[in-house]
Design a protein around this ligand. Structure first.
Ligand code: ADP
Length: 252
């Protein structure tokens, strides 16, 4: 009898596991189809701006003031940048999913890399004074492209989730355990403590986030950091702001 009970129990456990696995698959399916509609929406928003502003300029070129013309062109450029970043995220994401990420670790000096990233981001960070605290000469073991993409994502988020006018700080310091901690600090909305782990999950977004985004940025950041044998974490206080920290080995 007890033999039969054990067999029945094993069978029941197997059923439970299967039910749980299929529930997880359904959830992932749902997240993926949400993702496709979010991405389509995210692509359409900047495109609509580009089309609208370009048409206005063509039709009313001579009747609008030069200042306004300049501003419209600037907005077209910003929308173009947003599309560019979105597509980089999507490409990184597919490469990660397929295990095609290529990482070349070498010594990289932080200050110039941070400077180049800020230049690449251009008007995305407009409206946020940037406070830089990256000692010259400090270098980490990293892949240049991966580290640039990490910073781009963290800085874009910092500007997205903080009001215009609030500063964004970029700081780097030695940890005292052979590594360097690079932090991006904002004075934005903050993130509830119980969601701090999940924000690094694919597709995860806090609450009903109305800010533009796809929920893959931080998942990409985490994969990139781990591929460089580092770690990433966030600390945050709702209403005060967030600190995203990336720890990488210091280059000798
Ligand atoms: P996305 O920004 O495209 O939504 P991410 O993976 O970059 O996706 O971020 C996931 C979520 O984490 C965001 O939707 C947001 O809710 C939260 N988040 C990320 N960075 C910040 C930040 N600096 N301040 C507040 N919330 C943030």
């Amino acid at each position: 009898v007890s033999e039969r009970r054990r067999a029945e129990q094993t069978l029941a456990d197997a059923y439970d596991r299967e039910r749980e696995a299929s529930r997880q698959l359904r959830e992932l399916d749902r997240l993926k189809s949400d993702f496709v509609s979010t991405v389509s929406h995210e692509l359409r928003t900047p495109l609509t701006s580009i089309k609208g502003f370009a048409e206005t300029l063509v039709v009313r070129w001579s009747s609008i003031e030069e200042d306004l013309r300049r501003e419209l062109v600037q907005r077209i450029a910003t929308a173009g940048l947003r599309l560019d970043h979105l597509i980089s995220d999507l490409l990184d994401f597919t490469r990660l999913e397929r295990g095609q990420l290529r990482i070349e670790l070498g010594p990289r000096e932080l200050a110039p890399l941070v400077g180049n990233t800020l230049e690449r981001l251009g008007s995305v960070l407009d409206g946020h004074p940037i406070e830089l605290d990256v000692p010259p000469g400090l270098a980490v073991v990293a892949d240049e492209t991966a580290l640039t993409r990490i910073l781009e994502n963290l800085l874009t988020n910092a500007s997205k989730f903080a009001e215009a006018g609030t500063p964004i700080r970029i700081a780097a310091e030695r940890s005292g355990r052979g590594s360097v901690v690079l932090s991006v600090i904002d004075r934005g909305t903050g993130i509830p403590t119980d969601e701090l782990e999940r924000i690094f999950d694919r597709f995860y977004r806090v609450g009903d986030s109305m800010a533009p985004g796809t929920g893959i940025g931080l998942a990409i950041v985490k994969e990139f950091v781990e591929a460089q044998q580092g770690r990433v974490w966030a600390q945050s206080t709702v209403g005060e702001g967030s600190v995203f920290s990336v720890e990488l080995r210091e280059a000798a």
